[in-house]
Design a protein around this ligand. Structure first.
Ligand code: NAI
Ligand code: OAA
Length: 308
């Protein structure tokens, strides 16, 4: 199983590291446009192999896509991250051009590849890859919901003073400060609804903190986060590579599901060897439906800025 990670920056390197440590891929190619950068990251990571006990071969490439040939999965993390005070949507001007070029270069050398889009604004970048590559929808996956759900679980565990392994929960909707829809009424601690443990006010605070999870970290770090994003990508890559049939919220092209059409937005999907093998269309409460609709309007507005 060969995996390419485009962008050797913070998220790309973190994701390559987690993939290697889990040791399920035979090869990870990291590619970056900056001369020598991907080669350097690959060499540094390879020098952790004997310490961390993995056999995945990691190689680097300065913009030479022939090295990515016949990849099964490719992750696009190339592009600029936001700085404190910015929204993800503000990145569209630079990142759209990068994501378009990168996806077409990947396909030249790996016509059967499954693409995971990470660059922001992620839902719109996922839509862009659909519109410009024409790939079947199961092979284009936007990563956002897996990360947002991990942050939701972190906030729920913190509020309940519970171990994170006790918590289950999911965030759907757009991957944006305003557009996320944490499914609070479905979240549980060992199958008991979290509302049994937390007041409505505390749950609202958890949801609010979850939605600005990325912005909070950007404020603290001066650039956006990478450990949890890298871990979230590696979990999606593993689900596909190992045909796990695991469910994650991912940005996918909707054709009527959740009452939405011609939009990529986060909903639960089953991931296996074919990429997105099923969209799970769960019933939402009226309040959740309204939030999902509002979120979709935000994503559609950003999509309108694309030059297609
Ligand atoms: N969807 C999500 O949940 C998340 C998305 N992101 C997004 O991921 C992207 C990357 O973030 P970081 O890794 O922190 O940024 P970074 O600046 O550390 O790394 C980006 C890398 O992309 C490279 N690059 C730029 N243009 C390229 C091209 N045409 N071809 C190949 N490489 C190119 C740069 O040289 C740089 O090394 C940002 O857009 C960020 O907003 C970040 C975290 C989570
Ligand atoms: O916040 C950002 O800009 C990066 C990102 O998408 C995240 O960490 O959720």
């Amino acid at each position: 199983m060969k995996v390419t990670v485009v962008g050797a920056g913070a998220v790309g390197a973190s994701c390559a590291e987690y993939i290697a440590i889990k040791d399920f891929a035979s090869e990870v190619v990291i590619l970056d446009i900056k001369e020598g950068y991907a080669e350097g990251k690959a060499m540094d990571l390879m020098q952790t192999a004997s310490l961390n006990g993995f056999d995945t071969k990691i190689t680097g490439s300065t913009n030479d896509y022939s090295k990515t040939a016949d990849s099964h999965i490719a992750v696009i993390t190339s592009g600029i991250p936001r700085k404190p005070g910015m929204t993800r949507e503000e990145l569209i001007g630079i990142n759209a051009g990068i994501v378009k070029t990168v996806s077409s270069s990947l396909l030249e050398h790996s016509p059967n590849v499954i693409i995971i889009v990470v660059s922001n604004p992620m839902d719109t970048m996922t839509y862009l890859v659909h519109k410009t590559t024409g790939l079947p929808k199961n092979r284009i996956i936007g990563m956002g919901g897996a990360l947002d759900s991990a942050r939701f679980k972190y906030r729920l565990a913190e509020a309940m003073e519970a171990p994170i392994s006790d918590i289950d929960g999911m965030v759907i909707g757009g991957h944006s400060d305003k557009g996320m829809v944490p499914l609070t009424s479905h979240a549980t601690r060992n199958s008991i609804r979290v509302s049994e443990f937390l007041s409505d006010e505390r749950l609202e605070q958890v949801a609010a903190d979850t939605k600005v999870g990325g912005a909070t970290l950007t404020g603290l770090l001066g650039t956006s986060a990478w450990y949890a994003p890298g871990a979230a990508v590696s979990a999606l890559v593993q689900a596909i590579a190992c045909d796990q049939k695991k469910m994650f919220p991912c940005s996918t092209m909707l054709e009527g599901e959740y009452g939405l059409n011609d939009i990529c937005i986060g909903v639960p999907v089953i991931l296996g060897k074919n990429g997105i093998e099923k969209i799970v269309d769960i019933p939402l409460s009226d309040a959740e439906k309204a939030k999902m609709q509002e979120s979709a309007e935000g994503v559609t507005k950003t999509n309108g800025l694309l030059e297609l």
